[in-house]
Each structure stands twice: as C-alpha cells, then as structure tokens.
Ligand binder design. Sequence first.
Ligand SMILES: [Zn+2]
Length: 322
Amino acid sequence: MSTLHQPLTEPELLAALRTLNRSGLRGGGRAPHKPLLLLWLVDRFAVSGNSETRYEEVAEPVGGLIAQYTAAVSIPDGERAALPFRLLEAELWAATDAFSQPLPEPASHRRLLELGARGRLRPAVEKLLDDRQVLDRVRTLLLAEAIGSSTGSSGTGSNSSGTSAGSTDSALEQSLRGALAQPPAGPRYRQETRRVRDSRFARAVLPLYGNACAVCGFSGRIGQAPVGVEAAHVHAHADGGPDVVQNGIALCALHHTLFDQGVLGLTEHLTIMVSPHFTHAGDHRGPTATALAGLPVRLPADPGHRIAPQYVAWHTKHVFRH
Ligand SMILES: [Zn+2]
C-alpha cells in the first residue's frame, strides 16, 4: 500500500490491521487503543454505511473501552481516545480539523475538541467493508488484536488460557455494544448530521451556478427549490475533500453520477473531458455524453468562487478514467 488512493485487497487490509504501529504495555502485550477505535468505526460503518466520525463522538465511549483494557488508571477516558484518533495509520484513516486541515502534532483531547476534529476510514477500506463477510473477518481480527492486548496487560497469567480468552471476548463484546449504544453513535444521528452538512454545502454552491447543471444547464425546480440539481464535491468528501465552494460544482443528477464515476472530468482550463472508455448502448437515442468533450463548464461569475486547480487535479488523478 504505497499510496493512499490505490484500491486495497482484503489480504492487504488484514495485514495492515495485524501490523498496526502500537506501543508496548507495561507487563507485556500491545496497546489496544487502535484496534478498539477501529472496532468502533467498523461497527459504525456496519450500522450506517459510513464511518465518518467526529472526535467528540468517540472520545468517551472509545476512551472508556481503552480504560477497561489497559492497566493505567490515571488518564481521563477522553484523553485515551485522542491517541489513536491522531495516530491511526494514514493508509487506513484520514483525520482533519473541522476545515479539512491536517491536525497539529501533538494534539491533546481538549485541542481535538476545540478543532472539531473528524475522521473517516479511507474509501478503499470502506469499499472492502461493504462486503459483510469481509467486515465480519475484520471484526474478528480486531477483537483478537484487542483481546491479545488485554490478556497481555493483566500480566499475572492466573487464569487458564481457555476461559480467559473466552470471557474476555464476551466482556469486550458487551463493552463494545454498550459503547455503541450511546445515542451519538446511532445511525439516525449520523444521517441527520450528514444531511445537514450536505444541504449547507448545496445552499452555498448551487446559487453560484444559478441552480443549474454546469455541464448541461438543467435547472429543474419545484416551487423555489431546485430538483435534480446537486452540489458535487470535485475532490471527494469521502477522501477528505473540503466543504468549500471552490471544491464544489452544480451538476444535474445524471452528470453528477458520470462525474463521480470518472466518465466526465475537467481539464485545468475547466473544459469537459469524456473518458475514452465510455460508450452508449447500441440503441441509445438521447443526447450523447461524448459530444460534451471540449466544451467549457458554466462557472460562477466571481472568479474567487470557481473550482480551484488542486481539486480538479485530484479528480483527474484519482477519479477520471483515462
Ligand atoms: Zn447536467
């Protein structure tokens, strides 16, 4: 996994999870912080189909879990979650402040709260977790990694290994379920925040384009509300693209799909590129997407609101099908 945007195979993901950079614990074993945060994220993904998480949501439940599986008692629960939130491997996870800027180093629990820190598993990881069987195998591995940490930290070896592993497993499962049952982690809350965020982005972007698709000019509405016209991220939000108008473009639902699938792209001069791999079915009778190639997209009147080159470059490199 040399780059952050390459597809990931299941064996690569499992290997990365087995080799997380983790510090040692007093008394043996390895720190359970990262496996526990990852378990929480994987379970959130299983519930909502999206692992995006604000730091303030995980600080208490994940901090509490970590506290249960480490011997140290002097650190407040929240402080424990700050560590893996910042340090989880970048090939698996992207964490930023509320404005999509990198987190400072180091950043305490309090600082992460102030910054509105948020993070999300990489799209390549989420894509693998879409397969329920892969998700279950990832979960099993992470449980084993976290349990391995906790039995190591007990240090005494007084229990027989069989009952120890079994009871820790169910205790950890129970704790996880308890942590995940916290209201902020529920799927309804998740959808609500995403819906609010998306509509804020749309309200900022769409008027700059006259509420019309920048490619074809479609500008449907019901009453005053645009319909079938959407604010697309040029640098995908799932990959850390920011919610700023310079990273947005108004597109109709069809051209949004084609843009996100890499059929349509933008040149540095903001003219339209069409993937050479794209074809229509033989009996296609509508307007043809290939005719769009080379046409300029409609842009906001104010140059300061136009799509910034770095987001176009990202889309061209990681999404557009050359
Ligand atoms: Zn359109």
